[in-house]
Design a protein around this ligand. Sequence first.
Ligand SMILES: [Zn+2]
Ligand SMILES: [Zn+2]
Length: 156
Amino acid sequence: MEARVETEFRSDIEYKTLLDKFKTVLKKEGLRFTKQREVILNGLYSVDTHLTSEELYQLLKSNNPKSNIGIATVYRTLSLLERGELVTTLLTDNTKKYELSAKEHHDHIICTDCGKIIEFVSPDIERLQESVAEELGFKILDHSMQIYGICKDCRK
Ligand SMILES: [Zn+2]
Ligand SMILES: [Zn+2]
């Protein structure tokens, strides 16, 4: 069975819904909704890809040259989003990358040389996980899989 690859996986959440969820998370943590926090959420939503906090920070700075968002605010807001389960993380080269968790389920294969990330879903793997869990008496709530390797370009 073929694996479905990349670019097809988009966030299927409306920005307004995401914003409402974000406000709920902030409230739970006893934090205020601020313009800066919103700019961070919006930046993440508009790129819809895997980013390190540093990459997100650079992107926000170039898109909003007048705003004075600090990298510390980006860090804090991302961990807030992670605790609220609005973003998921994956590790490449010991760096955390963030993406919106509203995306359709997919797994990742990551090149440890150039950092390239390919998203895929393999129906075979999905099914096998189900049967492993069943064999071990588990009901799967969630799973994440990262395969690490060297990509085609880097192997040349
Ligand atoms: Zn590579
Ligand atoms: Zn992904």
